[in-house]
Design a protein. Structure first.
Length: 271
């Protein structure tokens, strides 16, 4: 019954029904340990669709009983289309169950995050002789407190690399990838920096550079303005508009001192 539900769930999503995808959904059901009626993924009610469930608080409150098999499938479909779980959906649609599993462990679907893999049911699907998915530690990047959060690379999902792409019509063209600092841990890679952190750092660097360039430009403009004002002052002085008036006064004084004094002749020859 669990395998049948997993098959129909993938079909409802429009995702490829492959051994890897099937095993991921089946392991998801087993890891949850069962929920309410027709609710193998142990989810809550769907916001805005109270008719799908018969018990459980609307907008959350734990696992709910769904009204029917089809209602349970529709509820799981709706939940996986929430923004919180878009990574899970994208992984399944791309037939990348490892990426879907990593996204699920990082998401708020389970408060425990399945121990980032340590509490995950690594079991084969019924009739299978071995598991399809790798059983690496899964989980995350090292945060400041030393805890595991996200960014583990088990070898098939290169989380510890930043892939560069160029925009194009249709599928973006891959330009290459830049490896990120990592440590080998339990068969997988522990990313010391995630792709999101690198992108954020590059964005801050570009923003900081733009601010510095703007400040330098402002300083240059102010300096140019002050220099231009000094040149204008000197030109005005040469033209006699400003301090040149002092020079004119000095010249007049000298002229007055050197001018001959006029004499008046007095009758009788006395001067």
């Amino acid at each position: 019954m669990a395998l049948g539900w997993a098959t129909q769930f993938l079909q409802r999503l429009g995702a490829p029904v492959t051994p890897g995808n099937l095993e991921f959904v089946y392991q998801w059901e087993k890891s949850e340990g069962g929920g309410g009626k027709f609710n193998p993924l142990n989810q809550g009610p769907v916001a805005g669709k109270p008719w799908l469930t018969t018990t459980g608080q609307q907008y959350g409150g734990g696992a709910a009983d769904f009204a029917s098999w089809d209602a349970g499938l529709e509820g799981a479909y709706d939940f996986l289309h929430y923004n919180y779980y878009k990574g899970v959906l994208q992984g399944l649609m791309a037939n990348d169950p490892v990426a879907a599993r990593t996204a699920l462990w990082q998401s708020p679907w389970a408060a425990s995050h399945y121990g980032y893999g340590s509490n995950w049911a690594n079991v084969p699907i019924p009739g299978g002789t071995a598991t399809v998915l790798p059983t690496g530690p899964g989980g995350g990047s090292l945060d400041i407190a030393g805890g595991l959060k996200k960014g583990i690379d088990d070898g098939s999902n290169p989380a510890c690399a930043w892939t560069l792409t160029a925009p194009s019509v249709g599928t973006p063209k891959k330009l290459g990838s830049i490896p990120l600092p990592s440590l080998t841990l339990g068969g997988g890679q522990l990313c010391l920096l995630t792709k999101e952190q690198v992108r954020a750092g590059v964005g801050m660097l570009i923003l900081g550079t733009a601010v510095v360039v703007g400040l330098v430009g402002a300083v240059v403009l102010v300096a140019y303005g002050l220099k231009a004002a000094g040149v204008e002052k000197k030109a005005n002085a040469l033209l006699g508009i400003m301090p040149a008036g002092k020079a004119v006064k000095t010249g007049a004084t000298k002229t007055a001192k050197t001018a001959p004094v006029a004499t008046t002749e007095i009758p009788g020859g006395t001067t």
